[in-house]
Each structure stands twice: as C-alpha cells, then as structure tokens.
Design a protein around this ligand. Sequence first.
Ligand code: PEP
Ligand code: MG
Length: 579
Amino acid sequence: MPRYQGLPASPGIAIGPTLIYRTQKVTFTEQRVDDPRAEWQHLQQAIQKAHTQLIALEQRARKMAGDEEAAIFEAHRLFLDDEELLAKLRSMVLEDRLNAKAAVHHAFEQYAEALLSLEEEYFRARAQDLRDVAQRVMKCLDGEAEELSVENTPEPVILVAEDLTPSDTMRFDREQILGIVTARGGPTSHSAILARAMGVPAVVSAPFDLNDIRSGTLAILNGNSGLFNVGPTLHELEVARREKEEWDVRRQQELSQAQLPAVTRDGAFRAEVVANIGSVEDAELAIQYGAEGIGLFRTEFLYLQRTTMPTLAEQVRAYRRVFERMGERPVVVRTLDIGGDKEVPYLGTEKEPNPFLGWRAIRMIRERPDVLENQFSALLQAAGQAIAAGVECDLRIMLPMVSSVAEVERAREIYEKARADLEAEGNPLPQQVQFGIMVEVPSAAILADHFAPLVDFFSIGTNDLTQYTLAIDRTNERVSVLASPYHPAVLRLIEMTIRAAHAQGKWVGLCGELAGDPLAVPLLIGLHLDEFSMAPSSIPTIKELIRRWTVAECKEVAKKCLEFSTAAQVIGYLKEKAR
Ligand code: PEP
Ligand code: MG
C-alpha cells in the first residue's frame, strides 16, 4: 500500500482512519433529469444535511470564537430557510426538470447577482455568503465523496488535504482530528503552524494525489519522520503502535514538568519560554502547556473568515479576553500581518504576482493608516479596561515585516496619536507598553543597531527571515524543502541581531518555528537568545531540552555552527550533539 514521504511539521504519531478534505469548488454540468421527484427529494435531504452542519458550526464558532463569528453561520442557515428561495429551487427541479446542482447554482446565483448590483459593501458581502451556502449544499449533494465531513465525523480522523487555508480552522474540532497531512505547503506554512497550535501530529508536502486515497482507510501518520503510510501492513501497524506508546510516555514526562521554569543545567541561564497564539482558545492551551507568556499573538485571525472589518468593540473584546486569560504574564501582540498566503478582500488585499513581497503587514501603513490606528486604539482600550477590572496586564506591541527605520517612526507617531486621543477622552490606559519589531526581513537584521534605539525589543521571525534571505517561497513545496533556518547565512543574521540589541540593552525573542525545534535549543542558547516563542504544544519538549545543557556547552555549539558553510553541515553537527 502507498507510503508517502513528506516533511515533518508537528511531532507525534497518529493511527486512524483518513478523511479526505477537499477545499476545491464543486463543479457540475447542467442536465434535464428523468425523475424530478427523486431529484427534489435528494435536494431536500442535502439541504437538511447542510442545515445540520451549519448548526454544528454555529455552536462551535460560539464556543471557540464568539457571538459575531457564530452569527455568520446562523445567517447561512437562515438562507436555507428562505421560503422564496426554496420555492424557486422546487420549481426549477420539479417543473423545469433541472438537476439539483444546477438548480442550486442558478437559484443562489440569481440572488447573489441581485445583491452584487447594490452599492453597499454590506450587501455585496452577503452575496459571498450565499455562494458559500450554495457550495455547501452542492457538497452535500455529492454523496459518496462527501459522506464524511470534518463537522460530523463519527470517530477521530487523520485529515488528508491538498492544502489548508488558515480560514479552514473554524471547521475543525480539535477532538476530532488525530493528525493532519497535506500535499502542499512547507513546515512554516500556516497550515503547519495551525497543526502545531492544535497539538496534533502533522506532515506537509507529502507527494500524494488526493484521488488515490479514500476516506475511511486506516493510516499511520508520523509527524516526527514525515512518513504517511496509507493501509499499513500488520507488522507496520504493530511497530507504529509501539513507537506511539513510547512517544506518549515521553510526552507524559515532559508534560509533568511543563509548568516549571526552563533553567540550564548549570543554573546560569533561565530562558523565557512563551507561546505563539492566534486566538483566546490558543491562550488557554498555552497556559496548560506551561507558557510563561505570549511571544506572538497573530492578530490576523481576527480579520479572516469574515466579510467586513472587525469593529473596534469586537477587537477590544477579543484582546481583552486574551489579556484576562494571561493575567500578569507578558503578551506580545503583533499588529495586523495578512501574509502572502491569505486574502482579505474587504481590506483591499488583491491577488499580487509576488504576494510575499507585496502589500502586506506594516506596508499597509501608507494607504491605510486607519487600520493600524484602529488596532492600537483597540489594544490600549482592552489593556486599560483589563487593568481597571483588576487584571495585571503586560501588553507589548510588535510591528511585522519592518524593513526600514521610517516605518517604525511612522508607526510610533500613529501609536502616540491613538494613545493621546484615548487619554483625552479619559479612558483608562496601561502605564507601560513595550514597543518592538519583528526582525524577519534581512534589512532589519543588517541594520539592527539602527533599529535598536527605537524599540524595547526585537522578535526574530525565522520563517520569513529564511524565506527572504534565501529567496525561497515558504509555501511552495517544490522549494520549501531547501528553506532551512539552519542555513549559516540566516544564523549569522540572527547572531548579528542579538548582538546589536544586547549592546543597547534591548532583549530579543525568536518567534519563528525554529524556536520550537528541539535541534535548535543549544544553538539558540549559545547565541544568547532571551525569549523562545513557539506553538503551545512544543513548550514542554523545549523546556525539557533547555534543562539538559550548560551555557558553556551551548556557546561552543553556536560558535561551531556559525563556522559552517551549509545548512546540512549545521544540521548534521547538531544531530550529533543532540541529547
Ligand atoms: C515569522 O515570519 O517567522 C513569523 C513568526 O511570522 P509568520 O509565520 O506569521 O509570518
Ligand atoms: Mg512573518
């Protein structure tokens, strides 16, 4: 049976049935049917199924993300109750003898077109909702291929997909996912980051064709080695079960120590080990796994999976929930960074020829200073309200994708204005707010000594720093295998950044995926990194590894790594040294 070698993206071993997850649009051909009554009945069943899915999604969204997100699915459900729409569908099938998929397409499209002809943004956004619902009903009509869906699997599954968009997140119930494997994407693509955040084993870039795998086939997914084995032999299954057991025991040990600090064996250095999160739910997970704070709150998730800009009140609520959950622990919030792998039409992000080099992150500041001002204001209000309610809140703000000093100066002006406006209105505000930047573009690393006076801290984003230093698209599976943060050029930039910051008394974190890689632990301690920020599920392992080293040993390791000329040499050496 097929075995596919992909890239490990999140550790652990999953054994269970596969579930094929297709994100592509359903296509159809228009036909006249012989038995319109049977077709109508089939369509009614599909509508009922879509209805049930939407109720489940609405409940999950309410639990995971809040009332506003739940309302999206409620609105979708209400379309399916619309009498006029149902009458139209009925007449198309029973009278015009149209096949169900074509009827759904035409009926929903007529409504969508009507909405699109209106001027207001609100109605245009509803047109997209209608199309989503039409797709859902068509998928429900698709019988066999869609008999299982992530929303209502009878047992936990290994999710098999071509690729996953960050917006797919909302569909998954963590309890139902044993593991994730995708044919595309690199280990630092957001689908992999999402898997790590969920704490489930994951493999990316596995060379399978989705059509060759059937839902419900028993499979083994090894997130440590990158192997995806579909329909294993009994012997392979036995070996995998043993490996999984051993892994689970080790994991239990790490978890039992997760709440303790990560101090090196010689007692000379205590690393700050914090989490990367994208939601309140992740903050909860971070605490469970022993995070001492949040080193990267990816706020873009608040802006995805919706058709209009989140209001100020919505933002304040979301941030406040995270601050209240984290209490006195520091929370580094990154301002909006719509990555090259995401689109947010209502913000005006368009398809660009080179999205990762395009209009994103801090670069939106020239055309849309309002977005940043709005976000600064929401963050300050949320922190101020939390503090007024008795929560000791340690808000830190971080700018993404900075490449020139002028961007930081402009952002600070906007920040000061947002703060002054709130102060004038008499809002409670946090006293001290640290201000930092991500170092993820080579120019920022090279000029780190010029950036240091403007900030309180740096956080090195090795996912993008690697992508931009080596000119390798991190989401392109044909080249992402070459995108190693262990490339000595990337390591030298990290070293330069930390040295420049420390020379001016500023602290440095690292929030790229490298911080959660067990192999990197002695190297990063040896480079004098202060803060390690990673997926919550990686924290117990990394804390455990930090405790095994002395600072002197780590310095030696780092010195040696900086002398190599290839990533393979660095990795080979670190593997030899690994404990
Ligand atoms: C990075 O680039 O390393 C990073 C942490 O940010 P993101 O993965 O969200 O681009
Ligand atoms: Mg980045």
